[in-house]
Every structure is written in C-alpha cells, then in structure tokens.
Design a protein around this ligand. Sequence first.
Ligand code: ADP
Ligand code: MG
Length: 463
Amino acid sequence: TGRWAKVMAILNEVEEKCATPIAKLRQVADAMTVEMHAGLASEGGSKLKMIISYVDNLPNGDEKGVFYALDLGGTNFRVLRVHLGGKEGRVVKQDVAEVSIPPHLMLGTSHDLFDYIAEELAKFVATEGEDFHLASGRQRELGFTFSFPVRQTSIASGTLIKWTKGFSIEDAVGEDVVAELTKAMERKGLNMRVSALVNDTIGTLAGGRYDDSDVAVAVILGTGTNAAYVERAHAIPKWHGPLPKSEEMVINIEWGNFRSSHLPLTEYDHAMDYESLNPGEQIFEKIISGMYLGEIVRRVLCRMAEEAALFGDTIPEKLRTPFILRTPEMSAMHHDQSSDLRNVGNKLKDILGISNTSLKTRKVIVELCNIVSTRGARLAAAGVIGILKKLGRDTVGEGEKQKTVIAMDGGLFENYHIFRQCLYDTIKEMLGEGVSDSVRIVHFNDGSGVGAALLASSHSHYL
Ligand code: ADP
Ligand code: MG
C-alpha cells in the first residue's frame, strides 16, 4: 500500500543521509587531524578547544594514600574513596557511591548545584571507617572530575567555558568551578581541598595509564562524548609556559564540538540541534552520544507517524515528547533477538503507549536504530583515527613495535554492544591489517574516578 511505500521512502532517505562509506570517514578523520593542529596552534583557532590540562605526568604506580574523587558528568555523579598502596599494593580499597542529580538542579543556580554536591560528598565522607586516619593538620584531598569544557588555569583551577549535555546554569559560566565547589564544601563544614581538576577523558587516561603504560588516548562515549590524548609539549605552539620535564602534556580535545562539512547530517539532526539548549554547538556529540541517539530515532518515527501513518490514523501523543525515547531503550530494541521482536513491541507499548504493532513495523524500528547507531559508531571510529593520525600512529614503520592502547569508557560504549562492535570493526577496517595489531582498545570501567584520585595523589599538597 501507499502507506508502506511512504514509510520505506522515509527510511531509505534516512539511511542514505546517514551513510558513512569509508571514503567519507577518511575525510572526517583528516578533518579531525587538521582541526587538532589548528586548536593547538592558537587559542580559538579551531572548533576544537584542545584544552591544555596541566597534566604533564601520568600515574606511574608509586601513588600512595587515601584520596577522594568526585565525578560530575551527566545524569549522575559518583563519589569515590580510593586507598592507593604504591607499586605493591596498587588500589588497596575503593568505595563508591552514586547519586543522581535532580533535573531541576541542572537548570538552576551554581550555588544550589554545588551545595547539593557538597552535601552528598559530606554524607559519603561520613562513612569513613575506623581504619581511616587523617594526619593532624591535614585536609582530605579530592580529584574533581568535571566533564564540561573548562579553561584550565592550573592543575587545580579552571573556569567553565560553557555547559553541554542537559545542563544550563548561567551564573556558573566563566566561574572557577573549583572555587565554587570549595565554597560549597566550606558552607557544609567539609574539610577537604581539591588537588586536581580534570575531566572524564583525562581521568580515564590517567586510570588507564596506571594499568597499562601503552595507553595514549582516552575516549568517552556516555551521555556526551569527548577524547583526550598525550601530546608532545613542543608540538603545542599555544603553550608558552615552561616545557615540562616529561616533555609531554595531556590535551583535552573537547571533540564533541567538532563539526565538518563531511559529517552526514539529516534534517532530524538539524531540528534537534535547533531546539537544543546549545544550538549550533556540540554537533559531533549530537550525532554520536547517548543523550541524543534515541531522540534522533524518535524524531524519525514522528515523521513516519505523521506522513505515513506508521502507527495508524492518529499520531501517538507520547511520541511527540522530546527525549522520551532514551538511548538505553533504543539499544534494548536494537538488541531484540526474538523472532516476533516482542521486546520492541513491549518497549513501544511501555514508552510510547503504542500497542499492537505489526512485525513489519517493528522491523522498521530495528532498522532505524541500526542506521542511527551505525552512523554514530562509525563517526566515533573516524575520530579515533584522526587522533592516531595526529600522533603518527595510524601507520607502522618497518620493524616498529610501538603499541597504542586506547582507553574507553562511558555508559553508551559499555552497554550498547552493537554500537561497540561497530566501533571496533570500523577502527580495524580503517587501520588495515598490519596496523590494527598495534592498536588496542581497552574498556577501563570507572577508570576516570580512580584516575582522578591518582591525579589528586600526584598533585597532593603534602608531597
Ligand atoms: P555520564 O556520561 O553521564 O557521565 P555514563 O558514562 O554512565 O555517565 O553514561 C550514561 C549514558 O550512557 C546514558 O545517558 C545513556 O545515554 C548511555 N547508556 C546507559 N545505558 C545504556 C544502554 N543500556 N544502552 C545504550 N546506552 C546506554
Ligand atoms: Mg561520566
């Protein structure tokens, strides 16, 4: 019937617009490399901020003592207490608590957000056991993982450039987030100081390096997406400070803000961007990361409902609600292995209130999830290749044995298995036979929390 022809026409159009043939991915990777160079050359030289992290020494295993970490990234924040035991002991003990951020605080004031965080942190500190002793005159030390773009002014200070993901707290922009947190901790009577301010990519890089000295790149695929890597300090023209002893500097790329004419964008992406909290920004993030994939699928389904009556003559009311279809649900539908796709059917019913869908309809939805996630995973892979190119590690010379490990983390990468496999396959495909043996991708679960504690230790005030 004409209805189905129209559904298929919309599906095919989306597929065409989202296509990521290898030639296109190479253009994306090349553009990423070019932008990285430009961002390192001068402040504001690129959409990529290429933020100097002030981390010029990654963990080497000697770190000792008890350190706290606070990871504020998206929907939740995590607090950790990590007991580091040096080369022999490694991570002796680790306690973690996870707290969800009430949505109204993401759009409120800086004061309220940091008060809430400090309060939860104080509750966690109160669970210190009998075996915890703070030497007299000492403060507890914290590694603060704050996963939004920050202009670092030192290892333990930095001003917020802008919010991303679901956050928008006007009065925090331009402020030093460490000062904000410190003031809140003082208000709550919490005796703790921030020794290191990093973001999740830097934390993951540090945590990864602690386990494996070949780690040179970290990529986060969670609510948002970002990457960091170890750069040679003399290859950073915009750095005018003293050359670090290690001659290395970790760079936070802020790749979520990457954009290029080579990116395959659809009308759905443009509309979602236009209606977002940060129109025109974080375009790479908006087609790759967990906050957005489900929403893109919802937008296409909406059009199929409106123009091709995919769900019958009336458009299901809930389908019109932005962000109602979350990426974990999309992932669950995409992974449905049952012959009648009953999980897809159940999700449609539970989330969107659409019952009695035909198998044909369910198949369209699975295919749509596949199109949207494949584009995201393949573009993330192209980004990784862009970084490897910048490092000169996308090829191997004769007799060269250099290994590169990419530390990965984030809820999207961790849980969306088809996405992850596609990312692996695409990186392999782009690197080709010989090189792909020298590059390994390793999942460092919660590496960013431990990494922040490690950096708090190596930047301790009591060294
Ligand atoms: P954050 O990025 O907020 O710091 P995480 O790394 O834990 O936190 O990532 C959480 C995000 O991961 C969620 O917002 C969601 O988009 C994505 N995610 C979580 N579970 C799944 C899942 N089962 N399938 C796909 N994506 C998921
Ligand atoms: Mg995170």
